[in-house]
Design a protein. Structure first.
Length: 299
């Protein structure tokens, strides 16, 4: 059986009295698109820094593609590409020079064919010879993604990759990342844009105060914590006793929870039979934001 892409076992990290990581156990399988979510201060960036060997944990073990990040640091780092949250760049190099330099850190020479492919995929080809300090924030973030990919790592960690990126750039970036995932790369994403995580990630872990407080497939989390809701605006008030779980949402709106779409026709029929007339109607789908708030409240 092949090793998991990422294995985290019993990991703890303190900064003085603060428990940044408080007993994290987690495995990400090869080929997954995995979400790592949590509020600020939950421990996400500390965990990523530990995986990259930038932070030494107090207890526990971390491995990338079976390589321990301490005992076998060189191989573990070769298998990992990290896109950091901060915009870190050298202002004295062009985009292409920065990518060549990054290749050199991994002992890779004559890498221009792959660099050209990355630049084209990230819509950076026209900026290849531009100085890094002349780029917009969104373009700099794309270069950080390119730097994480120059050594063709099987595991890619994206720490808030679309922060400050406009909608068009964001769509192009996700198109490329999805392609990498289809080609077999394991993707780990942290983001505050929960709709991105809901759309992209097959499985999600939620962290709070250095602990994993939820870990499941995206579909299971949505089914567990969020229900579908039919919202109707009525021309005149009607009694709600005949609609189980219905509540008055104000301004003529009524919210009615349901499990399957087959129930909607029956609910609308009941409203008509009581003399109610529907002026407007909205179907509310489960969303990860409600799940996230529910999990954090329970935790």
């Amino acid at each position: 059986m092949s090793a998991p892409a990422i294995r985290i076992a019993g990991v703890r990290k303190r900064y003085g009295q603060l428990k940044a990581l408080d007993g994290i156990d987690l495995e990400v399988q090869q080929g997954e698109f995995f979400g790592l979510l949590g509020p600020n201060g939950a421990g996400k960036t500390t965990l990523i820094s530990a995986l990259a060997g930038l932070t030494r944990v107090d207890e526990g073990e971390l491995a990338v593609m079976g390589h321990d990040v301490v005992a076998d640091y060189r191989q573990a780092r070769r298998k990992l590409g990290v896109v950091p949250q901060e915009l870190v760049f050298d202002p004295f190099f062009s985009v292409r020079e920065a990518l060549r330099l990054q290749s050199g850190y991994f002992g890779i020479r004559r890498n221009d064919t792959w660099i050209d492919e990355i630049l084209a995929s990230l819509d950076l080809a026209h900026k290849a010879d531009a100085n890094m300090r002349m780029l917009s924030g969104g373009m700099k973030r794309r270069v950080l993604v390119a730097q994480a990919l120059v050594h063709r790592p099987p595991v890619i960690v994206l720490d808030e990759p679309t922060a400050g990126v406009d909608v068009e750039l964001r769509q192009g970036l996700w198109q490329f990342i999805r392609r990498l995932n289809r080609d077999g790369h394991t993707i780990v994403l942290t983001t505050h844009y929960l709709e991105e995580a809901q759309t992209l990630c097959n499985r999600i872990a939620m962290l709070k105060a250095g602990r994993v407080v939820a870990l499941d497939t995206t579909d299971n989390l949505l089914a567990r914590f969020a229900s579908r809701v039919l919202r109707v605006r009525l021309s005149a008030p009607v009694g709600l006793d005949f609609l189980p779980g219905a509540r008055d949402a104000g301004h003529g709106w009524v919210e009615i929870p349901f499990e399957s779409y087959g129930e909607v026709e029956d609910m609308l029929s009941r409203i008509r039979l009581t003399g109610g007339q529907v002026e407007d109607m909205v179907l509310g789908e489960p969303d990860l934001e409600k799940v996230f708030m529910g999990v954090m409240h329970e935790a």
